[in-house]
Write a protein that binds this ligand. Structure first.
Ligand code: NAG
Ligand code: NAG
Ligand code: NAG
Ligand code: NAG
Ligand code: NAG
Ligand code: NAG
Ligand code: NAG
Ligand code: NAG
Ligand code: NAG
Ligand code: NAG
Ligand code: NAG
Ligand code: NAG
Length: 639
């Protein structure tokens, strides 16, 4: 979220800085007619997406030399071109090109044309996320003037040491997320001009023990390589300009955790995910400019050291999935005075009371721990707090009285009592409120009606005693409403006659295990089927609530029930059991309606699948099945 954006931003800003300092291209108007013709021929080799089909758009990224009129710079907008980039493409006639950016276009899994080697004036070549596949042609070695080479997020292979050995002017190299093999090209570690270096996510193996001679290196990403030996962090202490270091997936030697490594004070971003770290790295203490620290997915035990909270610039801290049990120092003050804004302590073994959160906290996650006691009142005093996730702990006491101030509040699976405070003012920012699996009583607060942004409301498995919340039906964004397993009672049919129930955006409604009565008009869901979302919307939406288990019944409890099916979703779940009109309406007998909704569950933390819910009324809604469920399923199948 905001943190990965931060990282991306720092990479981007460093990259753009490099571009402006290393490419001094002539920015002149007026290209020679033959060059413009060549460009048009190039364009016509591809299918153009409708959003960028006019030539003006295409030519906007073209710069020609003001003396010769030759194209020297070509920056294509992203996502315009689709098709095969062939060896005989007109592109390769533009031999004066010095800057070429084709990133984020779709070259349909074609190989990287060897004709790139003809563009030997190239200083900048950017080919990220282009769908290129296979061996990088050796002709790339001709491009000895290259200062920037970006090939990231393709499926390219080859031996980097051979391919890059003559590219000695490189300032920025990014070959991440490909399938390059061979040994890590160690000659690059002595390339004094190099400032940006990203080899991450490749099959490169070998050792990293070379002494580095990279006085200008600012960004180094070596994550998820095939390095099998334990790495001693001290080898990086010679990189005096380093501001960004990512070594995720590399096992670090325990000795480097205990030592005071003399790291550069410039380090802003340190990412050590899955590094097999078992003790909190001591050298971090001296990184006074550190802004972003990610230590997730390690094995760190014990207390979080108190000095961590006094790093003066630390704004983002991820400690997810370790074995922390507590905090050094006073729970009242130690975190409170820290500048941290994004804090993820989830999936640890923290126990005892929850500390007073940092004063400027925006996003606070501590789900899946064993915190006990009350949620500190100071939480409500944190003006910027926007996301609060304390689910899967053992908190007791009342819900905090400031639920309306936050965008996302997840307090699921605790032991919270009392009623949901009736504190939602007009314009409240609440989008997600999940207080399921607690011991809440009372009624649903009527002020929830003021939450016009509310998308997700889950109060399942509590002791709430109320009638069906028809009064929520006007909420324009409500997509998920789970009331399951409470003491809701009374009629489920709309009080104002058989018209369609509103709930304009509802996708998941769970009301089972309550004491609702009454019957449903046939057009109950009319509005709902009309608002079926595009699968992508759903994916995005549900992605925000990946830890919410809306329902946890085993597959067997769905069997034989129309539309109820376990994971994975299969179309057959919905065709086999389609009821005929003659099917008896057992469920209506006795005047008690049993509805079920299904959403696919997740394990905490890890997204196993998408939660897709659909309401299923268990009596003859054939139109509903046809028009709603099956359409939805087809959409789901494409996800
Ligand atoms: C071409 O552009 C360069 C840099 O912008 C400028 O210094 C030079 O005077 C221009 N030459 C002509 C002939 O316009
Ligand atoms: C290259 O072009 C793409 C698509 O327009 C753009 O997103 C990217 O920022 C450009 N890269 C650089 C380094 O300017
Ligand atoms: C380029 O080669 C392809 C076959 O590889 C051929 O179909 C196409 O006509 C050629 N284009 C030009 C402009 O020569
Ligand atoms: C480019 O490289 C290829 C193969 O490495 C070579 O045959 C060709 O002569 C080179 N072209 C130029 C213009 O240097
Ligand atoms: C690469 O550099 C070596 C010497 O360092 C030279 O012999 C070779 O010809 C160069 N290859 C290319 C393709 O420029
Ligand atoms: C990693 O390197 C070892 C040899 O060091 C090799 O046997 C193995 O196949 C490599 N794995 C991958 C995924 O490249
Ligand atoms: C992780 O660290 C332990 C010791 O701390 C070591 O025994 C183990 O081999 C390491 N695992 C890997 C994959 O390096
Ligand atoms: C926690 O991290 C370990 C590696 O240290 C990993 O194997 C495991 O899958 C992670 N668990 C979760 C829930 O992410
Ligand atoms: C940091 O760790 C979290 C998991 O806690 C992960 O979601 C996030 O993407 C990581 N950030 C980076 C930049 O690796
Ligand atoms: C909560 O406390 C109970 C005992 O009161 C314990 O069995 C359970 O494991 C605790 N849950 C968590 C998440 O710590
Ligand atoms: C809330 O913040 C104010 C000042 O920002 C402070 O005076 C007050 O004591 C705080 N209350 C709590 C409960 O932390
Ligand atoms: C999900 O979260 C992302 C990033 O925080 C946000 O941009 C998006 O609008 C959210 N989607 C929904 C449906 O809330």
């Amino acid at each position: 979220m905001s943190n990965s954006r931060l990282c991306l931003l720092s990479i981007m800003s460093i990259l753009s800085l490099l571009i402006t300092t290393t490419t001094n291209l002539v920015a002149a108007q007026g290209c020679r007619p033959d060059q413009t013709e060549t460009l048009k021929r190039f364009k016509n080799e591809f299918t153009f997406s409708s959003s960028c089909s006019d030539d003006a758009d295409f030519l906007r990224g073209v710069t020609c030399d003001n003396v010769t009129g030759a194209v020297t710079m070509l920056k294509l907008p992203s996502g315009c071109l689709r098709g095969t980039l062939r060896d005989n493409s007109s592109l390769f006639e533009l031999s004066h090109l010095r800057y070429l950016n084709l990133s984020f276009n779709d070259f349909a899994s074609s190989p990287l044309p060897s004709s790139f080697g003809q563009l030997h004036n190239l200083e900048v070549l950017l080919l990220s996320s282009n769908g290129f596949l296979g061996q990088v042609p050796s002709s790339i070695r001709n491009l000895t003037k290259l200062t920037q080479l970006q090939l990231s997020h393709n499926k390219l292979t080859g031996d980097l040491t051979l391919l890059l050995q003559n590219l000695t002017s490189l300032v920025a190299l990014d070959v991440s997320s490909n399938e390059f093999y061979g040994t890590i090209p160690s000659f690059l570690f002595t390339l004094s001009s190099l400032s940006y270096f990203d080899l991450s996510e490749n099959h490169l193996s070998g050792s990293l023990q070379t002494p580095f001679s990279l006085p200008n290196l600012r960004v180094l990403r070596l994550s998820y390589l095939n390095i099998t030996h334990q790495l001693d962090l001290r080898i990086f202490s010679s990189l005096k300009s380093l501001s960004y270091l990512d070594l995720s997936g590399i096992s670090l030697a325990p000795t480097s955790m205990f030592s005071d490594i003399d790291f550069t004070k410039n380090l802003n971003v340190l990412i050590l995910l899955e590094c097999n770290i078992s003790k909190f790295p001591r050298f971090v203490r001296s990184l006074k400019n550190l802004e972003y620290l990610n230590l997730s997915h390690n094995r760190i035990k014990g207390n979080v050291p108190d000095w961590l909270w006094s790093l003066p610039r630390l704004t983002t801290l991820y400690l997810f999935n370790n074995s922390f049990t507590g905090f050094e120092g006073s729970l009242d003050h130690v975190l409170a005075n820290s500048p941290v804004q994004v804090l993820d302590m989830s999936y640890n073994s923290f126990r005892g009371s929850f500390p007073n959160p940092p004063r400027f906290i925006i996003n606070l996650s501590a789900w899946n721990n064993s915190f006990t006691g009350e949620i500190p009142l100071s939480t409500c005093n944190r003006t910027f707090l926007d996301v609060l996730d304390l689910s899967y702990n053992n908190f007791t006491g009342l819900l905090p009285p400031c639920l309306g101030n936050m965008n996302v509040v997840t307090l699921r699976k605790n032991k919270l009592e009392g009623s949901i405070p009736d504190v939602f003012y007009i314009g409240a920012s609440t989008q997600t409120l999940d207080v399921g699996y607690n011991q809440l009583t009372g009624k649903l607060p009527r002020s929830l009606r003021n939450c016009s942004l509310l998308r997700f409301l889950s109060v399942d498995d509590n002791r709430i005693s109320d009638s069906f919340p028809f009064w929520l039906k006007a909420l324009p964004s409500l997509k998920v409403l789970t009331l399951r397993s409470n003491r809701f009672h009374g009629p489920i049919s709309p009080p104002d006659g058989p018209g369609p129930l509103a709930f304009p955006k509802l996708q998941i409604l769970e009301i089972s295990q309550n004491r609702f009565t009454g019957s449903l008009p046939k057009n109950y869901f009319e509005n709902w089927s009309a608002t079926s979302l595009k699968p992508n919307d759903e994916e995005k939406y549900i992605g925000n609530y990946t830890r919410t288990q809306i329902i946890g019944q085993p597959k067997s409890s769905f069997e034989g029930n129309l539309g109820l099916c376990g994971l994975p979703l299969e179309e057959s779940c919905f065709t086999e059991n389609t009821p005929s009109i003659e099917e008896p309406d057992e469920e209506e007998d006795g005047g008690v309606l049993k509805w079920r909704a299904v959403a696919i569950g997740y394990g905490p933390g890890v997204l196993f699948g998408l939660a897709i819910g659909y309401v299923v009324a268990l009596y003859k809604p054939e139109w509903f099945i046809k028009n709603y469920i099956q359409n939805r399923l087809l959409g789901i199948g494409r996800l």
